[in-house]
Design a protein around this ligand. Structure first.
Ligand code: GLC
Length: 722
């Protein structure tokens, strides 16, 4: 029910004022320098000065002082004194830069994901931000795409849980509460599936694949009460999302009951034209408004053409009123009509240092994201007092915040700094570090390094080599066709292997890289992602065993880029490959590489060792209520966290089903030699899927119930479920 004061405002608005309320511009239109780089193709827009005073929201105008200044000026000129909404890209922290979301997905820790968002919300609110364009929950299967860093991975179930946790962390129970901001889930829908992994490329999926894999996490955000949804750049079934009525009205509003605000992506209404979906700006505005896209971001076709569309009878004015009401309701939900500055707090926002509490939280969150991929002969954990060699371009780099790290105001703790603080009693000798150049190449060449550096490292007990990709080669516009480390870095790792000393390869990246070429040269292999401001301390905690690594991959690491897309929950095929018969040709396979990724979804090692036993699947009271159980023992002398995973396979159905689907996980904290039983309830609604006519259905039949430590290592029991 619309509040009377909101209805009165809308009734009093002119059509131009309504269309301005549905327009979002950058802060420079109000005379402020651009505080954050614009994120898309930009051209000057002709905006009448008087219209500026009716604009509804601001893109990336951040900083408490900026917001107070801009809001004050605006209210002085706004005829109806309707406050501006300030929206920004806070993707993994605002002042305290936190691990990238792909790393948070690998934590499998939902409480951590909620804490991640709550910290970002508190700092953003103090900076005057009302809405963050986060969580990004686009399901991804192609690490060539630069934006895999921004999402939680390849699984719809995990993505849905992480997304809902982040929405709760940002929004809390009431948007008016101090330190809470509105969340905007994005990019609706399926932006993570561009052909070839090439940024902004065509997305073409069947409705079944869309519903099985790509839509669930957005729906989880809606069910968690997300305030906004951002439309994607890409087409969905040949219609750009920003003008796609079936998507924005049919699925989002009518099927899912979303009542919040939808917003275009940067210039995406205008991009209906180059897509070839609209002849001109008028048709673009007509398509988007008819589709139920409320706010146009950084293009002004609503403003320029909205009135004529209504006059010509091409657009029902009621649709504009509906959109304006939703925008005003969001402003009211944030309390902006009572306090247009909300939590803007220059003193807090301009503090010399991020808070100690947030730094500590960043360190803990980051440690939980690190994934131990290999640890031969227990090279790790390191022992204090060791003589440690440290090589590679990330040895002392602070460029480990990751893309979308906002103002990037505070540099990160480097690996070297983190190690030095821990190993005061020992030595850390650096050498053969060089600098990581832009794009892919380190500017050093192994041959250029002095023999002295090499011999210095050779004299150490263990050699850490910190490698990876430039953080600016990830994120938006960061698609790459080659996922290997640069040739210099691969040569360095093999050169250090020649020392005969244990080599620990530490990989800094925003995506799964192709690590097979350096796997054998690495006695231990650590995926360090981009962990944010406390990166070095968190890695030192893990490397010295003060934090026992517990991360599990939320996205497959390919054996080779030629396998892509490679992901665990693929549909069953008519000619499955059978590893028992590797010589058979006419099955689904490559001649020159395995089908399996190098490291699969859910994989990760620990300093502990865990033994699984007593796996059972029992019916409870009726045909379709089961309990799957297993016992997990920590057979080591080191306390550790194990993520026990439940997968199911629908063996045969009216449409082909995946070879396995994650349907549950439990994180067990096990003391040395402690054994715990864990059980998962399996109910019919967990086994439902979208049938031929896109309806959610359950079909009786045989199901494989699987429990294990990762998607490639499970115990299985086949059972009939009626
Ligand atoms: C960008 C991104 C989107 C971001 C928006 C505003 O192009 O696609 O994720 O929120 O523009 O900066």
């Amino acid at each position: 029910m619309t509040k009377p004061f909101i209805q009165d405002l809308v009734n009093d608005m002119t059509l131009d004022e309504k269309l301005a309320q549905l327009t979002q511009l950058g802060p420079h239109y109000w005379g402020l320098d651009d505080t954050v780089d614009l994120t898309g193709p930009f051209k000057e827009l002709n905006i009448e000065p008087h219209i500026i005073h009716s604009i509804g929201s601001v893109l990336n105008g951040i900083g408490a002082r900026n917001v107070i200044e801009l809001q004050t000026r605006h209210l002085q000129n706004s005829r109806q004194r309707i406050p501006l909404l300030f929206m920004a890209d806070v993707i993994h922290g605002y002042r305290t830069i936190l691990p990238i979301p792909l790393a948070m997905g690998a934590s499998f820790d939902l409480a951590a994901c909620e804490r991640f968002a709550a910290i970002a919300a508190k700092e953003s609110a103090a900076a005057g931000i009302h809405v963050t364009f986060s969580p990004m929950t686009d399901l991804v299967r192609d690490p060539r795409w630069g934006r895999v860093m921004e999402t939680s991975g390849e699984d719809p179930y995990l993505n849905a849980l992480v997304t809902a946790s982040m929405v709760r962390g940002y929004q809390g129970n009431d948007l008016r509460d101090k330190g809470r901001i509105a969340a905007c889930v994005k990019h609706f829908a399926a932006y993570g599936a561009p052909e070839g992994g090439r940024e902004y490329n065509t997305v073409d999926l069947s409705s079944g694949v869309l519903r099985d894999f790509y839509l669930p996490a957005y729906k989880a955000a809606v069910d968690a009460g997300v305030a906004m949804v951002m439309a994607a750049f890409n087409t969905v079934d040949r219609i750009p999302a920003s003008g796609n009525k079936q998507l924005l009205r049919g699925i989002l509003r009518e099927e899912w009951g979303f009542g919040g605000v939808t917003i275009a992506d940067f210039n995406s209404v205008n991009e209906l034209i180059p897509h070839g979906a609209a002849h001109d700006g008028g048709e673009a505005a007509e398509l988007s408004l008819a589709a139920g896209l409320d706010i146009e971001m950084m293009s002004t076709h609503y403003l320029a053409h909205g009135a004529e569309l209504v006059e010509q009878g091409r657009l029902d004015a009621a649709l504009i009123d509906e959109a304006v009401i939703r925008v005003l309701e969001l402003k009211d939900a944030l309390g902006l009509f009572d306090n247009p500055f909300k939590d803007a707090d220059p003193q807090a926002d301009e503090a010399a240092e991020p808070s100690g509490e947030h730094r500590q939280a960043a360190r803990e969150l980051a440690a939980g994201c690190v994934v131990l991929l290999k640890n031969d002969d227990e090279v790790l954990p390191l022992k204090r007092g060791m003589k440690i060699g440290l090589a590679g371009p990330f040895a002392a780099s602070v460029n480990v915040l990751g893309g979308w790290s906002g103002t990037g105001q505070d540099s990160a703790v480097s690996l070297y700094s983190g190690l030095a603080q821990k190993n005061a009693a020992g030595d850390i000798l650096t050498g053969m570090t060089g600098e990581l150049g832009s794009m892919l190449e380190g500017i050093f060449d192994v041959a250029d390094e002095t023999e002295e550096a090499y011999s210095r490292l050779k004299d150490c007990d263990v050699i850490l080599v910190a490698v990876g990709e430039n953080q600016h080669d990830t994120g938006e516009g960061g698609s790459k066709s080659c996922l290997r480390l640069s040739p210099n870095q691969e040569k360095l790792i093999w050169r250090l292997k020649d020392t005969g000393k244990p080599v620990v390869t530490i990989v800094f990246s925003g995506r799964p890289l192709e690590l097979k070429p350096v796997l054998e040269a690495s006695d231990a292999l650590v995926q360090a992602w981009f962990l944010g401001i406390e990166s070095g301390n968190a890695l030192a905690d893990v490397l010295f065993g003060d934090y026992n690594p517990s991360g599990r991959l939320s996205m497959s690491f390919p054996y080779t880029v030629g396998q892509i897309p490679v992901y665990y929950n693929a549909y069953q095929t008519g000619r499955p490959y059978d590893p028992e018969y590797p010589q058979v040709r006419y099955v689904t396979r490559y001649l020159d590489c395995p089908n399996d990724p190098l490291f699969c979804f859910g994989y990760g090692l620990s300093y502990s060792s865990f033994a699984y036993s007593s796996f059972t699947v029992k019916r409870v009271d009726d045909e379709d209520h089961l309990i799957a159980s297993v016992e997990v023992e920590n057979t080591s002398n080191i306390a550790g966290k194990e993520t026990v995973q439940l997968y199911i396979r629908d063996v045969s159905a009216s449409v082909v089903r995946p070879v396995k689907e994650l349907k549950g996980f439990r994180q067990l904290l096990l003391a040395p030699h402690e054994k715990q039983a864990v059980s998962f309830e399996i109910t019919r609604d967990m086994l439902m899927f979208y049938g031929k006519d896109d309806q959610l259905i359950f079909e009786p039949g045989e199901f494989d119930i699987m429990i294990g430590r990762n998607s490639g290592d499970c115990s299985t029991e086949r059972i009939w479920i009626g």
